[in-house]
Every structure is written in structure tokens, then in C-alpha cells.
Write a protein that binds this ligand. Structure first.
Ligand code: BV8
Length: 244
């Protein structure tokens, strides 16, 4: 008689988990969407209207990742430790396009909104690592085409990546953690309601303050991710999660 496998864990992260690494969030005071209109820089129409402006927006954010001051924080590191030490499956679904989860050592990651350090060619559909600035004059290294490169980022109105794989993992999980997200952007914001409908997973929100969707979760832990996430990972690894 083989022992039942421990329940799988799905984790959703948002910009709040990278805040203590020095990266801006979107909707907190002074956040990215208070500095620039999302319609101008995070939509296909905005890119069609002014590709140079959109490239400049992502070039600045990409360059920030190369700043030695921007490092994974204890929250990123704790999630990597959870994946390494938890005996069951752990899948990290991130809305973030920074590379801090990867640099912290997490491996089972789905960057559902794309990745800042990758570029995509609209002419040949190639996705390539990309760390320098990009412009409408940049040539695709794969097909040589000019003017067809765009950030490998999911804009509003575009389908997030690997949704089938994400829903399959959600439908199979026993624990869902939502960390550092305002729960504003769909379909990610709908994951917790999807889980409540099927009633199998224990759901926990970890955020600086309760999000508008806090009431959708079974439990909530509030405060800086750098403190809350390592403490919760320790409890999970000790098997000390009430209600789960
Ligand atoms: C799509 C680009 C359809 C990358 C982003 C219902 C269903 C489906 C779609 C919709 C729907 N209703 C509306 C829509 C459309 C839209 C949407 O959701 N609009 C919103 C504004 C209402 N959704 C879409 O367009 C999505 N696509 O649905 O396609 C489709 C169907 C068929 C065929 C084709 C298409 C695409 C969504 C992705 C858009 N791209 N960004 C980039 O530039 O980064 S979204 C953007 O918001 C970022 O990716 C970001 O990750 C995401 C979510 O934001 P958060 O991460 O939550 O950040 P935020 O600042 O909001 O919150 C931070 C939180 O952290 C706060 O709560 C704060 O308290 C907390 N915090 C702060 N400090 C700390 C902390 N927590 C802990 N510790 C701290 N220290």
C-alpha cells in the first residue's frame, strides 16, 4: 500500500512579492500605472500607435533587472525552498515579468504574463533571450527582419500563456497561495473563485493589506511578503496549516 502523495500546491504571485527587491508595483501609491497609462504601453493598440514608446517603457524595466541592487528577496527564496523541500508538487504561476523567481532558484514556474528578458518576433514567432534595449529598428536575430520585434509580454486583450496547464494544476491542487497581488487583473484574479467553485483546495491570501477579493479566500496573512512568506513556508514544511 503506497502512501498517498502529499497534496499539490499552486502559488500565484504578483508585483507585491518583488516590491522589497526594489521593483515598483502597478496600483500602489506611486505605482507604474500612476506614472504611465496602461493603454499607451501595455496594449497591442498602444504598440501599434507608438512602438518606440512601448520599447522604451520595457527597456527601462529590463535595464532595472541588471541593477545589482535588484535581487531576489526572502519571499522569492522561501518559495524556491518550498519547491525543493516539499514532498509534493509545487507550481509557481507568476504574473510578474521580472526574473527574480528564476534567480531565487524556483524551477516549476509559469510566467503567465510573459518575461521581460525575452523578445518575440512577429514575423517568425521566435522567442529569444534579450537583455539589451530594443527598438523598431532592431533586427530579429532569427529571421533578420526589421521592425517585427516586441517584448515577450502579455498585454491587455491578449491571452495569458499556458492557461490550460494552469487550470489543470488548479483543479488538482490541495493548497492555493496568492501572494502580493491586488487581484485586479483577469484571468489570474479569477483563480480563487474557480477553486471555491470546485471546493477542493484550501486558499490563502498573503498580501501587504487585504485585497478587495480577500473575502474569497479561506485564510489571509497580511504584512510584507519578505516576512509572511518564509514564515508560512516553514509552517507548510512542518505540516502546520490549520484547515488544510
Ligand atoms: C485577457 C503586462 C482575453 C506585463 C499585464 C474577465 C475575464 C478575462 C479578462 C478580463 C475580464 N475582465 C477584464 C478583462 C480584461 C483584462 C483585465 O483583467 N482588466 C482589468 C484591469 C479589469 N485582462 C486581460 O486583458 C488579460 N487578457 O483576458 O485576454 C482573451 C480571450 C481570448 C483571446 C485573446 C484574449 C491580460 C492580462 C495581462 C495584462 N498584462 N501586464 C507588464 O507590463 O508587467 S497586467 C499587470 O497587472 C501586470 O502583469 C501585473 O502582474 C498584473 C496584476 O497586478 P499585480 O501584480 O496584482 O500588481 P498590483 O500593483 O495591482 O498589486 C500589488 C499588490 O501587492 C497590492 O495588493 C499590494 O498591497 C501588494 N504589496 C505591495 N507591497 C507588498 C505587497 N504585498 C506583500 N509584500 C509587499 N511588500
Amino acid at each position: 500500500m503506497t502512501a498517498a502523495a502529499p497534496p499539490s500546491i499552486v502559488i500565484l504571485t504578483g508585483a507585491g512579492i518583488s516590491r522589497e527587491s526594489g521593483l515598483d508595483t502597478f496600483r500602489c501609491a506611486g505605482g507604474i500605472w500612476s506614472q504611465v497609462r496602461l493603454e499607451d504601453v501595455a496594449t497591442p493598440d498602444g504598440f501599434r500607435r507608438d512602438p518606440a514608446r512601448v520599447h522604451a517603457f520595457y527597456n527601462a524595466r529590463r535595464a532595472q533587472l541588471a541593477d545589482p541592487a535588484v535581487q531576489p528577496n526572502p519571499a522569492h527564496q522561501a518559495l524556491a525552498r518550498l519547491e525543493q523541500e516539499y514532498p509534493g508538487e509545487v507550481l509557481l504561476v507568476t504574473q510578474n515579468i521580472d526574473d527574480l523567481h528564476q534567480r531565487a532558484g524556483s524551477q516549476a514556474i509559469i510566467p503567465m504574463h510573459g518575461e521581460l528578458r525575452k523578445i518575440r518576433c512577429d514575423a517568425c514567432a521566435t522567442v529569444l533571450p534579450w537583455d539589451q534595449d530594443c527598438s523598431p529598428q532592431s533586427l530579429c536575430p532569427a529571421c533578420g527582419n526589421g521592425g517585427s520585434l516586441r517584448p515577450h509580454v502579455v498585454w491587455f486583450g491578449e491571452m495569458p500563456l499556458e492557461m490550460d496547464r494552469i487550470y489543470a494544476a488548479l483543479d488538482d491542487c490541495g493548497l492555493f497561495l496568492s501572494i502580493g497581488t491586488s487581484g485586479t487583473v483577469y484571468p489570474a484574479a479569477g483563480f480563487v473563485s474557480h477553486l471555491s467553485d470546485i471546493g477542493l483546495a484550501h486558499t490563502v491570501e498573503l498580501n501587504l493589506t487585504p485585497s478587495d477579493g480577500a473575502g474569497l479566500f479561506d485564510d489571509g496573512l497580511y504584512g510584507p511578503a519578505g516576512e509572511q512568506v518564509p514564515a508560512l513556508v516553514d509552517r507548510i514544511l512542518r505540516g502546520d496549516i490549520p484547515g488544510w
